[in-house]
Design a protein around this ligand. Sequence first.
Ligand SMILES: Cc1ncc(COP(=O)(O)O)c(C=O)c1O
Length: 374
Amino acid sequence: MRLRSAPLEDWLRDYYFTAEIDISSSGVQSYSMGELRAMTGTGQDEIDALVFDDGYSLGAPAVRSALAELHGGVDPATVMTTCGSGEAISLVMMALLRPGDEVVVVAPGYHLLVEYAVALGCETKAWRLDAERGWQASLDELAELVTGRTRAIIVNFPQNPTGATLSAEEMRAVLATAERVGAYVLWDSAFAALTYEDEPLPDVSACYERGISFGTFSKAFGLPGLRFGWCLAPPEVLEDCMRIKDYTTLHVSPLVELLALGVLRNSGAFLGPRLAQATTNREIVRKWAESNRDLVSLTLPAGGVAAFPELVGLPDTWDFCEALFQRHGVLVVPGGCFDEPAHIRLGFGGAADQLEEGLDRLTSALLAWPGRRG
Ligand SMILES: Cc1ncc(COP(=O)(O)O)c(C=O)c1O
């Protein structure tokens, strides 16, 4: 198995740690350990009492139960905890996909959801989202892509990088299309809790026998550095994941699971303030795009905290993004990292004053950019 490099990670590795103003991220503002402890009531004594024994392959029972509870009381046997959702996604793909399998993936999309299937030798078919259509997914196109050979449909709604999502009705149509051919539906629900106009979508694992969902603390919960994620899947799929995990991470750290349990039991305290902040910030982005129509063309994201505007007159934004970072101290992600070179990914999950300052500098830099075709 040979994985191609992930341009998004290469870009962030180079710039993330030294950015003066970071408006690139797909996650909300991170919480500190002090905040986590205060919000969960985890005392220093509890942390000190932890013994660093090995952990459970599929997750500590209490943590699996808390996740099952968070998802409406599903069977804890369908829950696995992992080191970020990235681990869960790769384990499930390794467990389910074989060379030559046909899989449908959304484009543009998060690299792991596509490249892992490619590296496993699958034949990937792109379900394209189009800027011209406001990134709206076409269910007719999906129906045309899916065949009797389709092993899995892999989606992430709300979506990174476009912020597009589906309605509950459209979700049902995706599942009906999959059911017609017996395909799995792998649903990356990283941004499930971050929706603005509609209620969050139901969890796919509760709606479809072959539905598998992935969740994480890295986006809506504001805890990316904790490296905690999970998936909800049929127990026989988790059994296969466990066999693979035996060769890699074995289990999640008991320290991470101790902290995660507190977060899961107080999830509203983490999610609420950050969703409120993101809602305010989305309005800032909307107004900015509206008053700069000659510079940017934006479909307002329906979910998540990433927006994916086109920079008008710049067919390739890469050099501009480099200059924006080097000369103006502002980090965004060039759309080329998602094979959409005329766009940039803007993260609006952080502090409002940083977002406003970052957008101001971005506007000035764009106005002064010599390569822009007016
Ligand atoms: C859509 C999506 N899925 C999964 C991940 C992986 O996140 P983690 O492994 O931190 O849970 C990311 C990270 O950026 C993402 O954007």
